[in-house]
Design a protein around this ligand. Structure first.
Ligand SMILES: Nc1nc(=O)n([C@H]2C[C@H](O)[C@@H](COP(=O)(O)O)O2)cc1CO
Ligand SMILES: [Zn+2]
Length: 165
């Protein structure tokens, strides 16, 4: 008798959660870099998502999106990073021992929040600014706190879906 076989080309958990991080990034108004994050527990249940954007109630039409200028005049003074938003969006759920999927390597400020939230593993898609002071300090802190770092293994998977170049 013919036996119906299960589907084999389904998404892996890693592809699924990084895909959700990438889709979240598409909510960002940042004209230069869109970052998305997804936090998952040990049972593969999504605890939170986030993307980079201006704080709640602060108009992203009135605040600057410039990359250069005085402190008050660039986006960096105002924007909340995707990782911080995902941590703050978890609505009271414990993030202890959770995994953060993020499309960009976390900065030092987010590294502090990641450590304090109890996240144990960070899976990232791209290390966009490896030579920046923020990335260097982040790597130092995450290593000291014994947080596992893993680069997502197959980014071309998302290029085929037009979610990532
Ligand atoms: N890990 C990160 N998560 C983030 O959400 N961001 C945000 C902050 C800015 O809105 C944007 C970076 O802008 P740019 O310098 O590439 O034009 O991405 C940046 C990083 C990089 O550390
Ligand atoms: Zn950050």
């Amino acid at each position: 008798m013919e036996h119906v076989m299960k589907r084999r080309d389904y998404l892996t958990w890693e592809e699924y959660f990084m895909g959700i991080a990438l889709l979240s990034a598409q909510r960002s108004k940042d004209p230069n870099t869109q970052v998305g994050a997804c936090i998952v527990n040990g049972n593969n249940i999504i605890l939170s998502t986030g993307y980079n954007g201006m704080p709640k109630g602060c108009s992203d039409d009135q605040l600057p999106w410039e990359r250069e200028g005085g402190f008050e005049d660039t986006k960096y003074a105002y924007v909340c990073h995707a990782e911080l938003n995902a941590i703050l969006n978890s609505d009271g759920r414990s993030l202890a021992d959770s995994i953060l999927y993020v499309t960009c390597f976390p900065c030092n400020e987010c590294a502090k929040a990641i450590i304090q939230a109890g996240i144990k593993k960070v899976i990232y898609l791209e290390d966009k600014y490896p030579d920046s002071e923020a990335t260097k300090v982040s790597k130092k802190l995450l290593a000291m706190a014994q947080i596992t770092l893993k680069k997502f293994s197959n980014p071309s998977f998302f290029a085929d879906l037009s979610l990532y170049k």
